[in-house]
Design a protein around this ligand. Structure first.
Ligand SMILES: C[S@@+](CC[C@H](N)C(=O)[O-])C[C@H]1O[C@@H](n2cnc3c(N)ncnc32)[C@H](O)[C@@H]1O
Length: 421
């Protein structure tokens, strides 16, 4: 299995060797050993690889490696350019023995997702006419040739390509903006606890959630899709300094009022999780719960945003309804599969089980919801560079009203706790 993750310092000696491996046409030797002999210094022609943490990551770019069976088998990165909307794609390499297995595609997906999640609108790269396989690879990914460069001393022609990242983002935002209108309509009808509840020390969190984040004093927490802020205030009462973000400005207004009335260490920002203000970063903890994943048209981009906004050593905690619960509808005569468990980025149809629609909504309130298999959630977070520390599924019989004892035998929730190294 191939995993794409963010580069780590221990990777450098292998990356240095991979960067200078002959990789063009017939010189790409498929018999090269997969555990590459390491190099003890960066190649002269790629001085930026000596310390990509400052030359690439430190200037707003990112660098990814592909790992297969514990060995590094590919790499790719990107770095901002003087053009504010554009990043340059750098050092794309796949081990010659492992070509044509989708590793390059996965690396380029990480690059494009990472660049788009930082607000860049296009990726730019160059390859050359003596690398026809690379040219058709990039063209297959939607790269458009924009210019060529020749020099008397070259036996090849350099070819420049650009790809617009915006279409994928436009699609994502079309869904989230349309959902935002519906969230604003139903926000006032959604249940919340009054300020006295919190003033008396009440908490809306489940005990197990609090147990998963025991040490919060002095920690900065970002709560994604915080709704009317009850959980955010509960975390603040446990010692965290909380910033809640939600796409619904109506919900954010209630949350801000609740923070004022409870004097909790919490502040709230109305923003789409896909377009959060740049200053919301370097958090010790990011938390999201109970009905967030199903509103995400693009899971990889969301995972990348989480990694970008966490500080190194920070923790992400997701406590979520199980997609199996979203799929199964309990009917008087049995259980019905109401939507596709593998729906992923395709919005569910209007047959979506009414019992699973947001509290406060009516059958007329239009929402675009997405069912993401649990394995996709785990893999997106891992691909973005998080280390999964806890992952469990559990029943919650009260969520399957009408299923009686059988409700103990199907998953209702899942929890992922992960760390950014
Ligand atoms: C079911 S609620 C989440 C439950 C929340 N944890 C709570 O305790 O109430 C879903 C929330 O996600 C928010 N939301 C949906 N899409 C979002 C997006 N793209 N960015 C930010 N918030 C979003 C909605 O406005 C809504 O408040």
């Amino acid at each position: 299995m191939v995993t794409v993750r963010v580069v780590e310092p221990e990777d450098l000696p292998v990356l240095w060797a991979m960067a200078v491996l002959p990789h063009i046409g017939a010189t790409a030797d498929p018999s090269a050993p997969i555990p590459l002999p390491t190099s003890c210094s960066a190649p002269e022609q790629f001085p930026d690889l000596a310390d990509p943490f400052s030359t690439i990551l430190g200037v707003g770019g990112d660098f990814f490696v592909a790992e297969a069976d514990g060995h590094l088998v590919g790499m790719a990165g990107f770095r901002p350019t003087s053009h504010p909307a554009r990043v340059e794609v750098l050092h794309v390499r796949v081990h010659p023995a492992l070509r044509r297995r989708g590793i390059g595609r996965e690396l380029m997906a990480a690059v494009e997702t990472g660049a788009a999640s930082r607000g860049f609108k296009e990726t730019w790269l160059d390859t050359a006419t003596n690398m026809p396989v690379a040219m058709s690879f990039y063209e297959g990914l939607g790269y458009i040739e924009v210019s060529r460069e020749t020099r008397p001393e070259w036996r090849w022609t350099l070819v420049y390509y650009v790809k617009q990242l915006r279409p994928a983002m436009d699609r994502t935002l079309a869904y989230t903006r349309s959902n935002r209108r519906s969230w604003n309509t139903i926000a006032p009808a959604r249940p919340s606890q009054p300020p006295e509840f919190f003033r008396r020390g009440g908490s809306t969190l489940d005990d197990f959630e609090a147990d998963l984040l025991p040490e919060l004093s002095g920690k900065r927490m970002l709560h994604l899709a915080c709704a009317n802020g009850g959980d955010s205030i509960s975390w603040a009462l446990r010692g965290a300094s909380v910033t809640g973000v939600d796409i619904s400005d109506v919900a954010i207004e209630s949350a801000s009022t609740l923070a004022r009335e409870t004097a909790a260490d919490a502040r709230f920002v109305a923003a789409d999780v896909y377009e959060m203000p740049a200053e919301l970063r370097d958090f010790d903890v990011i938390y999201a719960s109970w009905g967030v994943v199903c509103w995400l048209p693009d899971l990889d981009r969301w995972a990348q945003i989480i990694v970008d906004r966490l500080r190194s050593g920070g923790t992400f905690l997701l406590c979520e309804h199980h997609p199996m619960w979203e799929v199964l509808g309990v009917r008087p005569d049995g259980v019905e599969v109401t939507v596709d468990y593998f729906g992923r980025g395709q919005p569910t149809e209007q047959t979506y089980d009414q019992a699973k629609r947001p509290t406060g909504s009516t059958p007329e309130t239009q929402f675009d919801a997405f069912v993401w298999p649990v394995s996709d959630v785990v893999m997106s977070l891992m691909r973005a560079g998080l280390q999964v520390e806890e992952f469990f599924e559990a029943p919650a019989p009260e969520m399957y009203e009408g299923l009686a004892d059988a409700a103990n035998r199907v998953p209702a929730i899942y929890v992922i706790k992960a760390r950014k190294d």
